[in-house]
Design a protein around this ligand. Structure first.
Ligand SMILES: *[C@@H]1O[C@H](CO)[C@@H](O)[C@H](O)[C@H]1NC(C)=O
Ligand SMILES: *[C@@H]1O[C@H](CO)[C@@H](O)[C@H](O)[C@H]1NC(C)=O
Ligand SMILES: *[C@@H]1O[C@H](CO)[C@@H](O)[C@H](O)[C@H]1NC(C)=O
Ligand SMILES: *[C@@H]1O[C@H](CO)[C@@H](O)[C@H](O)[C@H]1NC(C)=O
Length: 334
């Protein structure tokens, strides 16, 4: 080897070492650097996900579970019953898709357990003594890229496209308490008797008013569904099914009684005057054969549980309308 060749070889080796060094020092960290772990005790974290102050509980011995090996799925409490049902369902579906273990903050479970039995997701308190790394938290499946990461679903979220994949299982997950089922059956039996219908087709009408009217305007610059929408939707059902009776529920039943009268339709208004009893109304919605809803998490979920034909009000790109674009037995009307 000539002197010149030795020189080239030496230079090449030095250059190669420099490249390897640079890759290790500058490039690898871009892929491997983890933010420093910020651990928080899960019992503390659970409280942070809740609006209300949780009572201290004595953890029963059977809850001394092994800490999760990977990330978990949970949600932030937001909204009322309708929202919290979707938050729960979003956690359920996200866990199913990812294989991560789901846990719910106790406050959401408390809301739901008033109405449903045998919910499968355990409370976060179940692993309350374990630690969660808050530097490894993402909000949705879209951001999730490692099993170390926890998916904490934001308040008011409804990951409907994920949920629609397992509709039958979701319906089974939300089993009403026996007293609510009995209440709904009773309401429908009385309605059938009142109109003397031997084989009635029950079509629920859910009318969302009160705070939602403002919300629609503030958020979407959309006016509430006009009376004519509900009447058109009712006409659709009497044109298609026999012995149809409409069962109206609402957070403002007085508005409904005043506005939704029609000589052509059999209509029964069932909600309490004060808009309380959301579980009772939801049980009635889910016991009906078909559904008319306008918008909102509560009505949409009632229609999902009823599993019949559903008419929704056309609010462009709104989630109830998007669901209707996916499900074959849902249709959009204006
Ligand atoms: C809830 O689960 C318990 C125990 O598995 C079972 O006995 C009961 O029938 C279930 N209740 C309902 C309403 O499905
Ligand atoms: C994985 O997700 C985290 C958190 O969203 C993000 O910071 C990171 O860039 C992602 N990594 C890759 C390779 O996509
Ligand atoms: C309609 O709903 C009622 C009450 O839930 C039920 O008893 C009946 O079987 C349903 N009818 C049809 C055709 O599904
Ligand atoms: C819903 O409204 C949008 C915008 O006004 C319109 O383009 C669309 O055709 C409507 N869809 C139905 C099914 O009425």
């Amino acid at each position: 080897m000539s002197h010149a060749q030795q020189h080239v070889l030496a230079s090449a080796i030095v250059l190669a070492l420099i490249v390897v060094f640079c890759i290790h020092v500058f490039l690898f960290p871009m892929y491997t650097s983890n933010p420093p772990a910020r651990l928080i005790k899960i019992s503390t974290y659970e409280q942070a996900l809740c609006r209300t102050t949780l009572k201290n509980i004595r953890i029963p011995p059977e809850w001394r579970n092994p800490c999760p090996k990977y990330g978990i799925v949970s949600a932030v409490q937001g909204g009322r019953l309708g929202n919290q049902i979707w938050e729960y369902a979003s956690v359920w579906a996200t866990a199913r898709r990812t294989g991560l273990e789901p846990f719910m903050p106790r406050c959401i479970l408390k809301t739901l357990e008033e109405y449903f039995v045998n919910l499968s997701i355990p409370p976060l308190s179940y692993i309350g003594r374990c630690y969660l790394d808050v530097s490894q938290v993402v909000n949705s499946l879209g951001q999730w890229n490692s099993t170390e990461q926890n998916i904490i679903i934001p308040r008011h979220a409804a990951y409907w496209s994920l949920i629609l994949v397992w509709l039958d299982d979701v319906r089974r997950e939300f089993t009403f308490k026996p007293n609510l089922r009995a209440y709904a059956e009773n309401v429908l039996r009385e309605v059938a008797e009142e109109f003397e219908l031997p084989e009635p087709t029950f079509v629920s009408v859910h009318v969302r008013r009160t705070d939602y009217v403002d919300y629609l305007w503030q958020k979407l610059k959309v006016r509430p569904a006009p009376v004519n929408y509900y009447i058109t939707a009712m006409d659709y059902f009497i044109g298609k099914y026999r012995n149809v009776v409409f069962v109206v529920t609402s957070d403002n039943i007085v508005w409904c009684k005043y506005n939704l009268h029609s000589k052509r339709h059999r209509i029964k208004f069932v909600s309490d005057m004060d808009g309380r009893g959301p579980g009772k109304d939801l049980a009635v919605l889910s016991a009906c054969n078909h559904s008319i809803i306008d918008y909102g998490t509560y009505g949409s979920f009632g229609a999902i549980l009823a599993a019949g034909e559903t008419v929704v009000y056309n609010v462009t790109t709104y989630f109830s309308t998007l669901i209707a674009e996916v499900l074959p037995n849902w249709r959009i009307m204006s």
